[in-house]
Design a protein around this ligand. Sequence first.
Ligand code: SF4
Length: 433
Amino acid sequence: MSKSSNRSQVRPRPLYADEEGRILEHPDLQLLCRKGDEMALPRPQELTPLPEGSDLFLLPQRRALGFDPETGEPVCLDGYAVAAFVCPGYTLTGLCAYVSEDEAEPLPLFAYGAVGFARGRFWVCAKQVDRNPRQQFGHIPAERIEQGAGKWLRELPDNRLVQHLGRCALTHGCPAAKNLALGRFEAPLPTSRSCNAACVGCISWQPEGSCIPVTQPRIEFTPSPEEIVAIMRRHAGSEPQPIFSFGQGCEGEPLLAAETIARAVRLYRSEGGKGTINLNTNGSLPSAVSPLARAGLDSVRVSLNSARPDRYSAYYRPRGYCASDVRAFLREAGQLGLYVSLNYLFFPGVSDTEEELEALRDLIAETGVDLIQMRNLNIDPELYLDLVPPPQTPSMGLINFRKRLRQSFPGLEFGYFNPFLDSERKPGFPDQS
Ligand code: SF4
């Protein structure tokens, strides 16, 4: 039996958790998922066996929902909702369906995928968008990461950035910092202490009194160019295709530290330093990109939750810039010959609508984006739906959304991670589904 016909017959049953936290499957009901305001049965092609490295969550103050095929109605279960946080490389096609109690506390900053059980395994509403194993650690013993971080700290004892990244790897479990400790893939280079946005889902800063926890404490110093370059040099010594990325979860907006970054990049390149130097950014300051490109930057990845200014501003809450500056930044970066990615923060039922597709097509046509990284927006779903204006058209589904973008822009790449670029700034992608 082929993989697709196999999948077309799968009808997972919904999960719920009892007071002891035991996860159970309902014997008769079917899995429901949430797409924006809609509750729907997942389309078969939008289901994936739960990938290794994913986690299941019990959602307090939220009751699980299932679908009764006899009545054609949703049914509220006597148990807590259970959601999946999928491993990196996968994008959610549907969110966990539940009913919240009045006054339920907001959920922490994760993405809550719909997950059910069938044929002896868990199935999640998600699609693999990148085959790169960069953030898979299941087969790596924790001691190897500890030993790697320890070696960095012994070799560069006075480097404050190494100390910061050591904590990120060992205390906060940051995948980018763990890779640095292992001397592989993409090296994180957090630099900026401040930001000119106030994203509702920022993991390194929340306003006073916010009930959303900060999970990656923000860097409290600006590293010197020498401290940054010491890390680049050493990482390039162990990874044959090194990627260096400014703009991490544990910092503010790197464009606000553009001068320091440009000095570090120039210094590294002046020594003949190789590899792809990338900037993850909110793209707020178009004039900052040219000096960085001249210094030796290769690529930028600009994050946004929507190509529509009202949705963008509702989530980013920008200070001193607006969505049109982000467009100008993307245009400028492309004209300078940089490889340009969007970190498109996907939310089923809000992103995959006709009106958003139209706006995104317009943005891509105007700016010439090279790659869309389809990542999950990590936020309490109900909080986000209260924040942005309601969708005007139904969800077309992640798969159709991506297909229609591909039809409009045949050269556009899709993925999840920043690619390594060759000397002509061409990416090498593993075979993508
Ligand atoms: S742009 Fe980044 S650092 Fe700034 S508020 Fe948003 S998530 Fe946080």
